[in-house]
Design a protein around this ligand. Structure first.
Ligand code: NAP
Length: 264
């Protein structure tokens, strides 16, 4: 299937590692030009080189912290200066730290608000005028916790703020349809990345159990019996943002091996 992504310019935030990296590579494999960012120059440059080498695509690395207004602007401006257009914006950021409510003081909430909600607001704000010109689309990477937060009692920062992102994107999907802009989201469940390693290590420490047991418990909750591969996540992202998904907007698709037990 030709996904119609050749020659498109795709911005993927927080993409030196993990889900963002896999998503950026997925678009590059389909012939898109990719703009990626992360906070570390070494990480983002290495990621861009690796994706370019593997796919032959043009990949622009930008050093930018999306938790700041300046970082979001720098990311978008660098890509537009170089490629003069934006067809897709993938909104993504690092996850807030784990912790129960009583582990967290107000400053942790403030930081998480900037990383998770404000980054999404700012990247959306910068992307909309460009996507109006190209009839492009917004794709948010959120979490299955927007549907079922209760399995993650130690992720209260993420659970609270991602729900806000979800409310924003769902509302936007209706509002921006008149401009030909589609707005969708992907919900990762447990996709094997460094972030999941950090969370499983944290759970192991809190419960005094070996990390293998923590993983085994998660695998048992996932009907497909394993964590996802970032490539499997990327495949869903690439499809949703492609021309082949032209009648899909306002959707939030879980990529979780069947973990969510809900009807919808
Ligand atoms: N993996 C999963 O199954 C899963 C499930 C649910 C939700 N999520 C969420 O999805 C997001 C990505 O997860 P992941 O598993 O890919 O995490 P990861 O493996 O920790 O990778 C995070 C990436 O984001 C970059 N980054 C972090 N903070 C940033 C910032 N403020 N500005 C710019 N770049 C930033 C990091 O690069 P630098 O260090 O170089 O900045 C790295 O490239 C997180 O919010 C996570 O909580 C993941």
């Amino acid at each position: 299937m030709d996904l119609g992504l050749k020659g498109k310019v795709v911005f993927v935030a927080a993409a030196s590692k993990g889900l963002g990296h896999a998503v950026a590579r997925g678009f590059a494999e389909e012939g898109a030009t990719v703009v990626i960012c992360s906070r570390s120059e070494a990480n983002v440059t290495a990621a861009a080189k690796e994706i370019a080498r593997a796919t032959g695509a043009e990949v622009l690395p930008v050093v930018a912290d999306v938790a700041t207004a300046d970082g979001c602007r720098r990311f978008v401006r660098a890509g537009l200066d170089r490629f003069k257009r934006m067809d897709v914006m993938v909104v993504n950021a690092g996850g807030p730290p784990p912790g129960r409510f009583e582990d967290l003081d107000e400053s942790k909430w403030d930081t998480a608000y900037e990383v998770t909600l404000k980054s999404a607001v700012r990247l959306t704000d910068l992307a909309i005028p460009e996507l109006r010109k190209t009839k492009g689309n917004l794709l948010y990477s959120t979490s299955t916790t927007v549907r079922m937060p209760t399995a993650y009692v130690t992720l209260i920062l993420s659970n609270a703020l991602r729900a806000a992102v979800h409310g924003m994107l769902k509302t936007l999907s209706k509002d921006l349809a008149k401009d030909g802009i589609r707005v969708n989201a992907l919900q990762p469940g447990r996709i094997q990345t460094e972030r999941i390693e950090v969370l499983d290590t944290d759970s192991a420490k809190r419960t005094g159990r070996p990390i293998e047991e923590v993983r085994k418990d998660w695998h048992a909750m996932i009907p497909l019996g394993r964590y996802g591969d970032p490539k499997e996540y990327a495949a869903a992202a690439v499809f949703l943002a492609s021309e082949r998904a032209s009648f899909i907007t306002g959707v939030s698709l879980q990529v979780d091996g069947g973990m969510l037990p809900a009807n919808w």
